[in-house]
Design a protein around this ligand. Sequence first.
Ligand code: NAP
Length: 452
Amino acid sequence: MICASLAPRTREQALAEMDEARRAGADLAEIRGDALADPAELPEIVRRKSLPVVATFRPSPHLSEDDRFRMLEAACAAGADFVDVEHEAFREFPRGGAKLLLSFHDFDRTPPDLEEIAREMRRRSPFLLKIAVRANGAADLLRCVRLQKSMSVPSAVIAMGEYGEPSRILYRRLGGYLTYAALRAGAETAPGQPTVADLAAGPFQEVYAVVGRPVAHSKSPDLFNAAFRAIGRNARYLRLLLDDPALFHDLAVQLGLDGASVTIPHKEAIDVDDRDEAAREIGALNTVVVRDGRFMGYNTDAEAALDALGPVGGKRALVLGAGGAARAIVWGLRRGGASVVVANRTPERACALGCETLAWERRGDAGAEIVVNATSVGMGADESPFPVAGWRRGMLAFDVVYTPRDTRFLREARAAGARTVEGIEMFLRQADRQFRLFTGAPMPVEVVREFR
Ligand code: NAP
């Protein structure tokens, strides 16, 4: 069930928001009595509810505990369907027909004794047990997911914050009874809450994720979810913030992932059962497909870059950078028949790529027909990693950076008469290859067009 968490200031706002939540697909509404300017309005709101109501009244310095419980009692008498009572503050009181929702919160961390807390809470025999704790890393998310899956009573184990997002979105598949959602973006009552509309689209048969750190600004969820919708696939693509790549396997198993796009900084560290030739030879993967419990790794970056560049056979290419993207592009260029020279700020990393290298200071004199920016320079500041004097008419400039689209590197190349290829061309092509690996179908052209 999707519970819209509402923190209205007035009765009118509460009733209007409850209506909006119902229309958006919520199954019930939590009314935060402590948010009301006049908390005595809570019973009247409950009487006029348009959705089943969870009455919640968090402790407040302005109200004694006796008065707070009197408010909750009045909400129960008015017909609240559930009443939220904090585990630490629990006391018996007349609850009428309202079911007891026993809750525990920790907004700072996932407590080390989480499982013991859950056991203690069960001794009070609530109808529904809610545990909401902050996940400060993927290990915390994993603990919350395992706890949720082990529960044999109606429960909602929520990992708050960016690390915890999958526990909210996948609550049903993890065995959760309900999860909390914001009416709209910006109206969250706890960190990491999705919107009602976002959750109402589920449940999903297949789940995919972009895995890395950071992932908050990745364009992949929008792209893949639009593509899944366009082909009528009941699949969801989410963000999985991962600090420790060693946890990937267990998390993927526990969340039931069908596949993943792997991004910075885990392309080299993620462990899989087997790899395709590109992933093996490049020493990095950007795609994982899970089939019958087996994890298969692929690298779609190299082919995508080569496809975006067009024929490179017999040409001399300068690759700037020696990180994950550079490794894939160097591999692709050499397969395509180009002769490759690499220049990197840290020369030892360039040497490790096993091809001709050039001192970073001399990168403008490579005599190359193709220049690839495979560094992250240009992503934040308006900077180019290539000297403006190095451009000549007829050269080809390719930038892997795709935010912004038109980088300084490309602008300066174009001004000198060079042809340019934007990073988005590689991004869309590597995503299309991932989509084919996930679904067997190409990414719909109209979705690709929308992003281009
Ligand atoms: P990475 O492994 O962290 O490598 C970063 C590279 O950039 C290294 O060679 C690094 O040099 C260099 N660099 C960083 N700051 C620099 C500076 N100020 N001056 C000179 N060189 C600098 O990252 P990656 O995975 O290769 O990704 C690189 C970029 O490619 C990112 O912007 C990423 O978003 C983009 N990318 C795009 C696509 C696409 O589809 N378009 C696909 C993959 C990646 P040092 O070795 O000296 O640190």
